[in-house]
Design a protein around this ligand. Structure first.
Ligand code: AMP
Ligand code: ZN
Length: 111
């Protein structure tokens, strides 16, 4: 079972900031900004490239949750960035699709 599925199951602890029936959002263990949250579907989907017509709502749902969490954490006015890494060149480390929500400072574009 992948590390994020273990968080969903409660086998690994996480600092959860949002949860519903289908999704979860928790603090990144190695934050790259003052606010760094990961939003995941509870369903195991490996990566963005696996999103199809059936699963496309996952992307929209994660974006709505990112907006909610940004508001909850008080960065809705100052701004934030969402990132989805897909595959090795993007540096995807965990092969369970997730959206990064980054904010709390002026972000520099990192390639
Ligand atoms: P990515 O490179 O897009 O696959 O991002 C994976 C992210 O997951 C990294 O930013 C890691 O710091 C984060 N991460 C890995 N393990 C955990 C964990 N157990 N709890 C919270 N975040 C994690
Ligand atoms: Zn998983």
């Amino acid at each position: 079972m992948c590390i994020f599925c273990k968080i969903v199951n409660g086998d690994i602890p996480a600092d959860i900031v949002y949860e519903d029936e289908k999704y979860m959002a928790f603090k990144d263990i190695k934050p790259k900004a003052p606010i760094h949250i990961l939003i995941i579907p509870k369903e195991h989907i490996e990566k963005l490239a696996d999103i199809d017509d059936v699963s496309k709502n996952v992307i929209g749902d994660m974006a709505i949750i990112a907006n909610k969490v940004a508001k909850q954490l008080g960065i809705d006015k100052t701004g934030y960035r969402i990132v989805i890494n897909n595959g090795p060149d993007a540096g995807q480390e965990v092969y369970h699709i997730h959206m990064h929500l980054l904010g709390g400072k002026k972000l520099i574009f990192a390639s």
